[in-house]
Design a binder for this molecule. Structure first.
Ligand SMILES: Cc1cc2nc3c(=O)[nH]c(=O)nc-3n(C[C@H](O)[C@H](O)[C@H](O)COP(=O)(O)OP(=O)(O)OC[C@H]3O[C@@H](n4cnc5c(N)ncnc54)[C@H](O)[C@@H]3O)c2cc1C
Length: 418
């Protein structure tokens, strides 16, 4: 059977695959997206939907490995590493720990800030031009502290953000309480990231998928990628549960699943799934006016006209698909300590998703050495929504031969010898 052919075959229909597909269609290419479920059924579905240049500083800072070791002892800690032996996980953790030094973290922060800020400029434009309604609001993101010591501990990062040109202003407790009447009294202080924004992520992916189809692209749902046919240095066709597909170029945007599928092409991808949880409810009353980060328990609160979500936590436990009650309860407990009405009356969804965590906290975007017609767009970790529009722009430039706005070498998978 002859494989169905397109200019670009996109593997994975999450926010990254769909954003890239749309940008490529807009440059006149024919595009087909394959996903084993419905588009947007992975990490792109139930995340917190915040657009956060404020998160430019990576986790690879000095002291993080010790913090993680300490947290390993608590199953409800914001970051949990399952201590069970798993060669892939431990190799990744070792590589991550080796990168926890200030000089590297400063370089990483510059590279992350560049793609976050470019996306911050592009995404609102894309939403208007494509007519995508996803409750986008440039309302800022407020970090709330109930312990003055933890705010003092974050001052170094606040100055670091200023050096990167990212807005962050420190507020007194009474100022924070006046801004957000939904908070319980006793706030020690806050940091307002005025340039951050928010949207409803499931509506974003629905809108992207709709526009991909309207622009002539095809989306093959319920199509699980099983393997590849290759000749020499070329990927000729992708074998799936629904037949074979091929593309002049193949773009792998499989999020946390990338290492599993890329292994079939002899590629070792330095990504581990970083599991996070969210709880979606109806809006409580009073409801926060903007996205909040409850700093000590690391709980993110996002409120839209259509609902309300508590999310976050980071768990390294491999490809474990269970919904961990302890970690869901930690979200509820965190919210109870900060908010007058922490939960909405109607529970709509309890969810988990795998963030594609790259060992150096920079996404992998661009061609690989081993295969002439394969590109990656993956490894966006905690920031896939925030980095999506600039990732799509970069991929479109690399595929069409245009001059990228971003420094493409900084994101190239070849930095890992891939
Ligand atoms: C709790 C939580 C909160 C978060 N909050 C934010 C936030 O506020 N802001 C932000 O920017 N980011 C946030 N993130 C991160 C963000 O969700 C991810 O970075 C982003 O969704 C990754 O997108 P993706 O397209 O790479 O991956 P995914 O959305 O996971 O897409 C990968 C796709 O590949 C498909 N696939 C996998 N295997 C196969 C196969 N064999 N065949 C075919 N298809 C396959 C999957 O079905 C899936 O649709 C959060 C994540 C979590 C878990």
């Amino acid at each position: 059977m002859n494989a169905v052919r397109s200019d670009v075959l996109v593997l994975g229909g999450g926010v990254i695959g769909l954003s890239c597909a749309l940008a490529l269609l807009r440059r006149g290419m024919s595009v087909r997206v394959l996903d084993r479920g419905m588009p947007g059924c992975g990490a792109s579905h139930g995340n917190c939907g915040t657009l956060t240049p404020s998160h430019a500083i990576p986790l690879t800072v000095p002291g993080m490995p010790w913090k993680a070791l300490h947290w390993m002892l608590r199953r409800d800690a914001p970051l949990y590493v399952n201590p069970r032996p798993d060669w892939h996980r431990w190799r990744w953790l070792l590589g991550f720990a080796r990168r926890c030094n200030l000089a590297l973290a400063e370089r990483t922060a510059v590279v992350r800030a560049a793609i976050l800020q470019r996306s911050w400029t592009l995404l609102p434009r894309v939403l208007v031009e494509e007519g995508i309604e996803c409750e986008y609001a440039p309302a800022g993101n407020l970090f709330v502290y109930r312990d003055a010591r933890s705010l003092a501990g974050d001052r170094v990062e606040i100055e670091w953000l200023h050096r990167l040109g990212i807005a962050a202003s420190v507020l007194r407790g009474d100022e924070v309480e006046a801004m957000e009447p939904a908070l319980l009294p006793g706030v020690a202080g806050g940091v307002l990231h005025a340039d951050d924004a928010q949207l409803r992520p499931d509506r974003l992916v629905d809108g992207l998928a709709r526009r991909v189809r309207e622009c002539g692209g095809a989306i093959e749902a319920d199509t699980a990628i099983e393997g590849f046919h290759c000749t020499g240095r070329r990927v000729d066709a992708v074998r799936t549960s629904r037949g074979e597909f091929s593309g002049e170029r193949v773009l792998m945007a499989l999020g946390a699943w990338t290492p599993q599928i890329a292994a079939k092409l002899d590629l070792r991808i330095p990504i581990q799934p970083g599991k996070g949880y969210s709880i979606t409810m109806s809006r409580p009353e009073p409801c926060p006016r903007r996205a909040l980060v409850l700093r000590e328990p690391s709980v993110c609160v996002t409120a839209w006209g259509s609902g309300y979500r508590l999310g976050s936590t980071m768990e390294f436990s491999g490809y474990d698909e269970s919904l961990n009650r302890t970690r869901l309860d930690a979200l509820r407990r965190g919210a109870r300590d900060y908010l007058r009405v922490p939960l909405g009356a109607e529970l709509r969804e309890e969810w988990w998703g795998w963030r594609p965590m790259c060992m150096d906290e920079i996404p992998l975007i661009g061609p690989v050495r081993r295969w002439n017609n394969l590109l990656l767009a993956t490894g966006h970790g905690m920031l896939g929504v925030s980095m999506s529009a600039a990732t799509a722009e970069l991929v479109a430039s690399l595929v069409t031969g245009g001059k990228p706005v971003l420094d493409a070498t900084a994101y190239s998978p070849t930095r890992f010898g891939i």
